[in-house]
Design a protein around this ligand. Structure first.
Ligand SMILES: CC/C=C/CC(=O)SCCNC(=O)CCNC(=O)[C@H](O)C(C)(C)COP(=O)(O)OP(=O)(O)OC[C@H]1O[C@@H](n2cnc3c(N)ncnc32)[C@H](O)[C@@H]1OP(=O)(O)O
Length: 715
């Protein structure tokens, strides 16, 4: 769908019409081909302007059409026709010109952009490359280094940066279409020879080979096994070294491999899942589209440890006024210095004014009396939190929402301390809270829909991916993680090492392995939780606790004061204490050998396949339990929690998507196999939902919801 109208006597104005982002669906491509042909052959038309409806130029190819039979004209010849036109074609860019949208604009002879527009080639984030000539035209227009940066990262640039780079010819604050029409009138008689980007030579720096080598090394390292960034570098290399026509052939060849890859499917699934999780619903039937969030301007944060400081920064960055409370004067002063420093650095990096005046620090709990939301971030101790919620309930007006940043404690118990339990919701941030994108919004049976809606909206304002989940021990992320950690410990007992387990997980695509991650978080954190659960028996080596297999290895390390990075020793050595580089520890190797000998365990060689299967399938199996219980509304919710909060490689789509790619029957069969070998490990016993899905023919992930109960809270 595209409409052609004649404006200013001689300008053919083509408007793309496919809300909300004018994606290049088959109908839009057909519309463009038809209208361009009509404009070119109309003697009254002397120049053409292409714009998008509703303030958006074009969000690129229609991702919803990927994987379906291709209908309508393909993008490459369509863009060639525009570039080859003998009348000037001007792109009028408002809102976004992304992916195929920017490639379309690069096929035009001129580009006029609104100052608020964003441009980019984000195909790599969908497991693809800009294969409508983008990888060949952009380097010719702006040079190889800048094109490599944009194409391999997929980052969006502002209009100002696009102008500086030479992507656009003019930026306007006024009506973009009017500016483009005026511009088109001014160039109607000018030669187009130098305006067809595909005919230009590709400007290369002298050390271009070294540049490609360096970039390739970086994208391989950063990509953790992702294939699209590598193909992007190869495509730009073709632009730099081959004539345009041959470069295009290479672009198509590389795209053919990417387009049908599992990684592209995973990344596109992530694109839609990230948007789907914002459409939450509660067991009561309340939904995102029928519940209005409360207006929020002022929020209090109580407890200014690492989490509280990060939350304060995230709130200030979202433009909110914050009352930051820490009851001890000295700790409050330290927090004030730390928060100010973080805000200063962020303001400097982002080139925005410092917003220190939006935070008020206080040692008085009473300072929270006039805020709309209180976020509690005190030490993870149930008694302390209960007491605080009781105090807040009497201090704050009835309409104040009380959110807890607990990572594992029961939200319902906290709600029960207050006179208005419907106002209580969990808001589980991930450290560092001002950087990590994930927010688990935990609702209990009594949480009001409006409280949930307000927490979800607040998360959105802070730029988070917020996922609403029911209340249970560890919520979704940590509940699944527990079994992943346990399996890693069991593998150590059976003969593996922290290094080989971490290596297997890093090769899978995690930024760090399980032991490195535990050292970073602090081994004492889990120790404290296990103590509270009555699992820790100091000095004891028994490997069965509360009727199931248990590994005391973590406890034994903690008893020696080995808490991870902060103490210089954990599963690895860190020299000096606090350094981030793990080194294998000969002491640990001896300790493990002695431990196995005392336990009568015969060490065996464990390959990376077993490491991955046991750690990942244990985690995935818990994911099926969570779905079955309705704690998470769908597999997308779990997957987004893992991608945005736990470093699960995005190109593998999240644990549940990964299970669907491996094949549910295979996951079931391996879990059965391991459970037979380890009958004392209940988390290896396949979930009934997994069995049910396999027996109903392993439907695609989009249809799992049909087999799942409505979401609810388990506690
Ligand atoms: C033949 C292969 C060729 C490939 C080349 C390509 O062009 S690949 C596609 C490259 N384009 C992109 O990656 C852009 C993706 N879109 C965005 O980044 C953003 O949507 C936006 C354009 C910046 C707009 O952001 P905003 O926050 O305003 O809105 P939403 O993200 O919530 O999107 C609104 C709805 O539109 C859907 N949508 C967005 N882009 C596309 C698209 N390219 N194709 C299909 N659908 C798209 C999005 O899913 C939202 O839909 P809902 O149903 O409301 O969730």
């Amino acid at each position: 769908m595209a409409a052609l109208t004649l404006v200013s006597g001689s300008v053919g104005l083509i408007t793309l019409q496919n809300p909300p982002v004018n994606a290049l669906s088959s109908a839009v491509r057909q519309g463009i081909v038809d209208t361009v042909q009509r404009a070119v052959s109309d003697p009254q038309v002397k120049s053409v302007v292409i714009c998008g409806q509703n303030g958006v130029f074009c969000g690129g190819a229609d991702i919803k059409e990927f994987g379906k039979t291709m209908l309508g004209p393909p993008l490459v010849p369509m863009i060639h026709t525009i570039e080859a036109a003998d009348k000037p074609v001007v792109a009028a860019i408002e809102g976004s010109a992304l992916g195929g949208g920017l490639e379309l604009a690069l096929g035009c002879h001129y580009r006029i952009t609104h100052s608020k527009a964003r441009l980019g080639l984000p195909e790599v984030t969908l497991g693809l490359l800009p294969a409508a000539g983008g990888s060949q035209r952009l380097p010719r227009l702006i040079g190889v280094p800048a094109a490599l940066d944009l194409i391999t990262t997929g980052r969006h640039v502002t209009a100002a940066e696009a102008l500086k780079l030479g992507i656009v010819d003019q930026v306007t604050d006024q009506s973009t279409v009017e500016a483009a029409v005026k511009f088109a009138l001014s160039v109607e008689v000018q030669s187009l020879t130098s305006r067809r980007i595909s005919t230009l030579p590709c400007p290369c720096p002298a050390d271009v080979d070294a540049l490609f080598e360096g970039v390739m090394q970086r994208v391989r390292q950063r990509g953790r096994g992702a294939i699209a960034p590598v193909a992007c570098v190869q495509a730009v290399q073709a632009a730099a070294t081959l004539p345009y026509a041959q470069g295009m052939e290479r672009e198509q060849e590389l795209m053919a491999t990417l387009f049908t890859s599992g990684q592209a499917r995973a990344l596109q699934y992530c694109f839609f899942s990230q948007r789907a999780v914002s459409r939450w619903s509660l067991p009561s039937g309340a939904r995102w589209d029928s519940t209005k969030p409360n207006p929020v301007t002022k929020v209090a944060v109580i407890g200014l440890g690492t989490m509280g400081r990060g939350i304060t920064v995230a709130l200030v960055q979202a433009g909110l006024s914050v009352v930051a409370v820490e009851t001890h004067e000295q700790q409050m002063m330290a927090a004030q210095r730390a928060v100010s420093g973080m805000l200063e650095r962020l303001a400097q990096r982002q080139g925005v004014p410092l917003a220190l005046d939006r935070v008020r620090f206080s040692t008085e709990l009473e300072a929270v009396a006039d805020v709309q939301i209180v976020i509690e971030a005190v030490f993870e101790d149930m008694a302390l939190k209960k007491q605080l919620f009781k105090q807040l309930s009497s201090l704050c007006p009835a309409e104040t929402l009380l959110f807890s940043n607990t990572s594992s404690l029961d939200i319902d118990h906290l709600a029960a301390q207050t006179d208005h339990p419907q106002q209580v919701v969990g808001m589980h941030f991930f450290a560092p809270a001002h950087i990590m994108k994930l927010l688990e919004v935990v609702y209990g049976p009594r949480s009001a829909p409006q409280a949930v809606a307000t927490a979800m909206e607040l998360g959105k304002r802070m730029g988070k991916v917020s996922v609403a989940v029911g209340n249970c021990r560890g919520f979704v992320g940590n509940r699944m993680l527990m079994h992943y950690l346990e399996e890693a410990l069991f593998l150590l007992e059976e003969g593996s090492s922290p290094e080989s387990i971490d290596q297997a997980l890093k090769e899978f695509g995690f930024p760090m392995g399980v032991f490195q991650m535990s050292d970073l978080s602090g081994l004492d954190v889990g120790w404290k939780v296990r103590k509270a659960q009555g699992l820790v028996e100091p000095g004891q080596m028994s490997r069965v606790r509360q009727g199931r297999r248990y590994s005391p290895l973590g406890d034994l390390l903690c008893e020696q004061g080995r808490f991870g990075q902060k103490t210089g020793q954990g599963w690895y050595l860190y020299d000096p204490a606090g350094s981030r580089t793990p080194r294998p520890d000969p002491w640990l190797q001896r300790f493990l050998e002695q431990y196995r000998a005392r336990q009568g365990l015969v060490s065996r060689r464990i390959d990376s396949e077993e490491v991955l299967e046991r750690c990942l399938y244990a985690l995935i199996n818990e994911g099926f339990h969570i779905l079955h219980e309705g704690i998470a509304a769908g597999p997308e919710d779990i997957d987004m929690i893992y991608v945005f909060g736990y470093g699960w490689p995005r190109h593998r789509g999240g644990p549940m998507f990964y299970a669907s790619q491996v094949g549910l029957a295979r996951v079931l069969q391996r879990l059965e196999h391991y459970h037979q070998l380890h009958p004392d490990v209940p988390h290896l016993q396949p979930s009934s939902l997994l069995r049910q899905l396999v027996s109903s023919g392993s439907p695609p992930i989009q249809r799992w919801k049909e087999a799942i109960r409505k979401p609810h809270s388990a506690l």
